[in-house]
Structure formats: structure tokens, C-alpha cells
Design a protein around this ligand. Structure first.
Ligand SMILES: Cc1cc2nc3c(=O)[nH]c(=O)nc-3n(C[C@H](O)[C@H](O)[C@H](O)COP(=O)(O)OP(=O)(O)OC[C@H]3O[C@@H](n4cnc5c(N)ncnc54)[C@H](O)[C@@H]3O)c2cc1C
Length: 614
């Protein structure tokens, strides 16, 4: 069978194309229909939206809810909170925009059938913390997906989008996307007037702590393969804060969440000798970051920093003190249920290691770094802000439009706005969709043109790894190693090793410097050269190949950004050994990058941080 033998090419025309049907994508699909009653709205998803994305397994809490109906918090409060946690650097216009709309999203979830726990005394939603409300969330994703399914003209499941298409007539305007069906292999060409990228964040760009056949067990979903970043980067969209990777303190080996434990069960941590340790590192941390250590709550990265220092001083492991809280049967139940709704694996790990948290305080550890824009970090695309709130410099058209015309984003895709979480991502999808519909309406008959040649060239490129394998496997004499091709798993391991050793992963205790980063970039460039020799045995491996391609491009971006920012802004997430201190004088700014796919070069610049909320 030849390269394209037996595979169909499917052409789809859409007004709005939503790439990735996770939380943000479902929000975008739902809202597109609200504003664009007669528009053709297509959602394309690499898995099945019923159970896809970071919320696939369910969640136990919605982490972003203001509670404005009860006067609990105002949007400004959330901006202050996120700014504090990100050591001063957030897009306040975008964050405010989400915070002012997020409650209405949560009310919709409840209307659609999501059980939200209530405080029996007040009748309000049960708070886990200041921003979090507790849910029975095992079916969170199917509930949200149903709304998107009903709104979409069509949802295309099992299609991995590999590249965006650009307008043949106008430079810097998006025209659609291409990808392939991971089950049938059919080639899909989506021609669209506006595109919303909501394809999740990036796991597995740094080597995980989990090894061997357990390597799929990471905190962040292993299927989140950086498409949210690679797709816009490929076509020259500006990115921001890509150095701002996240490291999570989680229960050891199962990456079980700690939020409910800290906030609701009021558990706390100790070193291996049962001592409090955070205060011990106060002066040390103050010398690095100044009064950021005195902020309340203490920024997440600085709490990681204390753990890393304490363990490096030889007083590990750090443990969560659960023995006291678990004496209360209600708290014990909450502690276990917290896992059963979202991270069953942690309960299994504890069972397999004879850990009953009522009798043994379980170990915590820090994860490998991930790249994402919706949790406690804010990597992603540089987007235009809301008309009524964004400073002029942050506005170049439509809300959440990137620096490429007609290309929008939401959720993990958009940078500068940490702490949006599941509800904020869905909300941002809605915001982006409203603007995208306006864009499509205002463009009217002015439609982008797709070049047939570009489509044919991409088709050739996308399936080439199957051909490389078909030819190259003839040279295999034993095992799977061929002199002519590289398998996706080998490419992935090489990428993870480079990022780990040169860009501040676990094996260097998150430490890097200019020399290491420069060498890291050289090694990444060599891996990039080898990508044309990837061999894919089947469609599954073809998907792995393109996931690797996306991870690699995002990794390059992370490395360039980390090299550019000559300070250590977030100790506990990573350290620049050659610039160990936070430097507000020179680096109280956003970092921006732009990739040129014709030359392979990256242009870096700074952008100002505007503090809009006092
Ligand atoms: C471990 C973990 C725990 C969390 N806990 C909480 C919590 O307790 N409470 C809370 O509110 N939030 C929580 N969050 C945050 C929340 O899950 C995210 O903020 C939210 O899912 C981000 O939405 P998104 O749409 O950007 O990404 P996702 O929801 O991950 O969706 C991305 C979608 O894009 C698809 N996709 C990816 N690549 C492609 C491609 N190339 N082509 C087509 N489709 C593609 C994916 O399959 C997926 O469906 C947690 C996140 C993680 C990772």
C-alpha cells in the first residue's frame, strides 16, 4: 500500500473551527452557537470529548468561583490573588475578564446537572478554600461535553490536528487546519473563517519521576501533548511566559492532589523528623525574592522552594500530617473520596504501599515541570484583551485573538492568566467564541483561501513517518532498532532527557543557567533535524510522532524564554544559577517570542506588565 493508499481525504467547511474539545473547547463550542445561531460550528478533538482533556477522570472541586451572589469575592480580589501567586506578573485585563464571568459558567454547570455540594448551614456552595467549591465531579466532563455536542454543527472525534492552514491570499491570517483520524487514518482538511485553539497544555516535555512502564503516570494528563502551543507557534503567533513552567507538590508516586487536604482537612506538612521547616527558610528566601515572601498567601513556588531546600539539607522526606485529621470519620471519608473522584491511582498506590493515612503520614514530593496556562502558571499565546478593560497596548482587534488574524485561543492555550482552572477555562472559551463570532460576522464575504499545494505538501509530510517505517524496517536484523529511522518513544525520551538535564528538570533540582540552556538549544536543534527520520509502525505511532513534534517545538520555546529571562522569578519552579535573584528592576515584564518557520529562528522581546487593579 502506498503512502495514501486506502485513506480518504475529508474536506470540512466551517465558520468557526474549535480545536480540542476539553473544558475551553466545550465552552467555545457552546458559546459560538449562542452568538452564531446560523453558523457552522465544528469541534475537532483527538480523543472523544465525552472523556477528554485534563478533566477526563472527573474533579472533586471547581477551583475558580467568585461567589459574587453572596458577596464572597469580587473579580478584583481574584486578580490580586493570581498576581500575588505569580510573583507580580499576570495579564490583569484577561484575568479580570474571566473572573467577572466565571460564576455564570458555574451556574450553568449546575443547571446542566453537575452536583455541587452545599453548606447545610448557609445553603451556599460548600467552600474548600477561598476560591474553590466542592463538587461530586466524576461526571463533570460528560456533562460539559453534552452542552458542546448539542451546540456543535458537528464534533469530529479521534482526529489529531497537526498543523494550522494559512490564508493563501493574505499574510498572517489563519484559514483552517489539517489532521488525521487516529483510527482510520483518513486525512482531514478543515477550512474555517476563524479558528479557536483549545488543545490543552504539555506533559512529558521534561523527564518524569515515574520511570519504565509507569512513565505514563504523571500529574498532568499524558495525552496533553503541547498542541495548544505548537499549533500557534508554527504559524508565527507570539507566545508569552513560556519559561513559567509549573512544578507541583503532590503525594508521592500517585501525584494525588493536596488542595482538599490543606484547605478542607487542614492538614499540614513536616520534614522527615517531624519538624516544621518553612520558617527555617524564610531569611534565605527573602534574600532571593525580597518581600514577595511576606505576601499572603505565600506564592506556590516559594512553598515548593522551602521543600526543595529542606530535602537538599538532608531532612527529607516531607510528609503530610494526616494522622490527626483522619481521626475524624467525616474528614477521613472526604480524604478518600477526594481521590476516588479524580485520582483513583493515589488510593491504589497507598494500598499497595501499606499506607493508611490514619496511621501513617504520607510522603509528598515535587513533580517534574509541566507547561500550562490555566493552573498556577501562565504560559501560552499572547492575546488581545477585552475592549472595555485592556490597556491600548494589549488590544489589536478581538478579545482573545492572538497576533495571527482570525486565530483565537482559550484555556491552557492563552498566556498571562493563571488560576482559571476548569471553570475559568470554559469561561475563556466562551469569551473567545463570542469574539470569534463577531470576527466572522464582520468579515462577511471576505473569506480566507486555502492553497491546494499547502494541503498536499502537508499531507505528504504528515504520513511520511509511516513510509519511513515501511521502507526502513527491512533493515532491522533484531529487535526494533533500525539504522534508518527513529521511533517516537526514543525521540520522546531524548527530548525529556535534554529538557531535564539542560532546562531545569528534576535531575538538576530544577537548576539551569545560560550555558546549559544554550547547549540545550543545540541538542534540541539536532533532535529537530532527526524528526524527518521518524518511523511510525501504525496510526497510533503516527499520532505519537506528531505529539512529539508538538512537544519539541513547545520545548524549544520554553528554552528560549528561560534563556531570555535573566533572573530567578519563581524559585521552586526553576532556578537560573547565573541569576539567582528576582530582579524587579529589569524583569518586571512579560517575555514574548515569535518563531519564524521559514528560518527556524526565534525573536525575543519584553512587554510591559500593567497593574490595573490596585
Ligand atoms: C491533574 C490536574 C488536576 C486539576 N484539578 C483541578 C481541580 O481540582 N479543579 C479545577 O477547577 N481545575 C483543575 N485542573 C485544571 C483544569 O483541568 C484545566 O484548567 C482545564 O482542563 C484546561 O482546559 P483546556 O480546555 O485548556 O484543556 P483540556 O481540558 O485539557 O482540553 C484540551 C483538549 O484538547 C485535545 N487535544 C489536544 N491536542 C489536540 C490535537 N492536536 N488535536 C485535537 N485535539 C487535541 C485534548 O484531547 C483535550 O480534549 C486540573 C488540571 C490537572 C492537569
Amino acid at each position: 500500500m502506498g503512502l495514501f493508499g486506502g485513506r480518504k481525504t475529508v474536506f470540512v467547511d466551517a465558520d468557526i473551527l474549535v480545536i480540542g474539545g476539553g473544558m475551553a473547547g466545550c465552552g467555545a463550542t457552546y458559546e459560538s452557537r449562542y452568538w452564531g445561531r446560523d453558523l457552522k460550528i465544528v469541534c475537532v478533538e483527538k480523543a472523544n470529548i465525552e472523556r477528554s482533556g485534563a478533566v477526563a477522570q472527573g474533579l472533586y472541586a471547581i477551583n475558580c468561583y467568585m461567589g459574587m451572589q453572596w458577596g464572597e469575592n469580587q473579580p478584583e480580589d481574584h486578580v490580586r490573588y493570581a498576581r500575588n501567586d505569580l510573583m507580580g506578573l499576570v495579564r490583569e485585563d484577561l484575568g479580570y475578564d474571566i473572573a467577572r464571568h466565571v460564576d455564570s459558567t458555574v451556574h450553568k454547570f449546575e443547571e446542566w446537572g453537575l452536583p455541587i455540594m452545599r453548606d447545610p448551614k448557609t445553603g451556599r456552595y460548600q467552600r474548600e478554600g477561598k476560591w474553590q467549591i466542592m463538587i461530586h465531579g466524576e461526571s463533570y466532563k460528560p456533562i460539559v461535553a453534552e452542552a458542546a455536542r448539542k451546540a456543535a454543527t458537528k464534533v469530529y472525534n479521534r482526529i489529531m490536528v497537526t498543523h494550522l492552514l494559512m490564508d493563501a491570499a493574505k499574510a498572517n491570517r489563519v484559514a483552517g487546519a489539517v489532521g488525521f483520524n487516529v483510527r482510520t487514518g483518513d486525512f482531514h482538511v478543515f477550512r474555517a473563517k476563524a479558528v479557536i485553539v483549545s488543545a490543552g497544555g504539555a506533559s512529558h516535555i521534561f523527564k518524569p519521576r515515574a520511570v519504565g512502564e509507569g512513565m505514563g503516570r504523571t500529574w498532568y494528563a499524558p495525552w496533553s501533548s503541547a498542541s495548544a502551543y505548537a499549533l500557534p507557534i508554527q504559524v508565527g503567533a507570539k507566545m508569552t511566559q513560556m519559561e513559567n513552567r509549573i512544578v507541583l507538590t503532590r503525594f508521592k508516586d500517585g501525584y494525588g492532589p493536596v488542595g482538599a487536604y490543606f484547605l478542607h482537612l487542614k492538614t499540614y506538612t513536616q520534614n522527615g523528623y517531624g519538624e516544621e521547616y518553612e520558617k527555617r527558610w524564610y531569611e534565605d528566601t527573602k534574600a532571593l525574592v525580597g518581600d514577595y515572601i511576606d505576601r499572603h498567601p505565600v506564592p506556590t513556588c516559594l512553598r515548593n522552594h522551602a521543600i526543595l531546600k529542606e530535602v537538599a539539607a538532608g531532612r527529607g522526606p516531607i510528609r503530610m500530617v494526616t494522622k490527626e485529621a483522619f481521626q475524624d470519620p467525616h474528614k477521613e471519608t472526604v480524604g478518600w473520596e477526594n481521590f476516588l473522584g479524580m485520582t483513583i491511582g493515589q488510593a491504589v498506590v497507598w494500598a499497595s504501599q501499606n499506607i493508611d493515612p490514619k496511621h501513617i503520614n504520607p510522603e509528598l514530593t515535587t513533580s517534574e515541570p509541566y507547561v500550562m496556562g490555566s493552573h498556577a502558571t501562565c504560559s501560552g499565546a499572547w492575546a488581545s484583551g477585552p475592549e472595555d478593560y485592556a490597556p491600548a497596548e494589549y488590544q489589536w482587534g478581538y478579545n482573545r485573538m492572538m497576533t495571527v488574524d482570525g486565530l483565537f485561543g482559550a484555556g491552557d492555550t492563552i498566556g498571562g492568566t493563571a488560576h482559571k482552572f476548569s471553570s475559568g477555562s470554559f469561561t475563556e472559551g466562551r469569551i473567545a467564541a463570542k469574539a470569534a463570532v463577531k470576527y466572522v460576522m464582520e468579515k462577511g464575504r471576505d473569506q480566507p483561501q486555502v492553497s491546494e499545494k499547502e494541503v498536499r505538501d502537508l499531507q505528504q509530510t504528515i504520513y511520511q513517518p509511516l513510509e519511513n517505517y515501511r521502507i526502513g524496517r527491512n533493515e532491522i536484523v533484531a529487535g526494533t532498532v533500525s539504522p534508518s529511522y527513529l521511533l517516537p518513544i526514543h525521540g520522546l525520551q531524548r527530548l525529556e532527557k535534554i529538557m531535564d538535564e539542560y532546562v531545569g528538570g528534576i535531575s538538576t533540582n530544577y537548576m539551569t543557567n545560560g550555558v546549559l540552556l544554550t547547549r540545550g538549544l543545540e541538542l534540541l536543534a539536532m533532535l529537530k533535524e532527526d524528526m524527518s527520520n521518524m518511523g511510525a509502525e501504525d496510526l497510533h505511532q503516527l499520532q505519537r510522532t506528531w505529539e512529539l513534534d508538538h512537544r519539541l517545538l513547545a520545548s524549544e520555546s520554553v528554552t528560549h524564554h528561560t534563556l531570555f529571562r535573566e533572573e530567578t522569578r519563581w524559585p521552586g519552579y526553576y532556578y537560573r544559577g547565573d541569576h539567582m535573584k528576582l530582579d524587579d528592576e529589569n524583569w518586571h515584564c512579560f517575555t514574548l517570542s515569535r518563531y519564524d518557520r521559514n528560518t527556524g529562528s526565534w525573536a525575543m522581546e519584553k512587554a510591559p506588565v500593567y497593574h490595573i487593579v490596585d
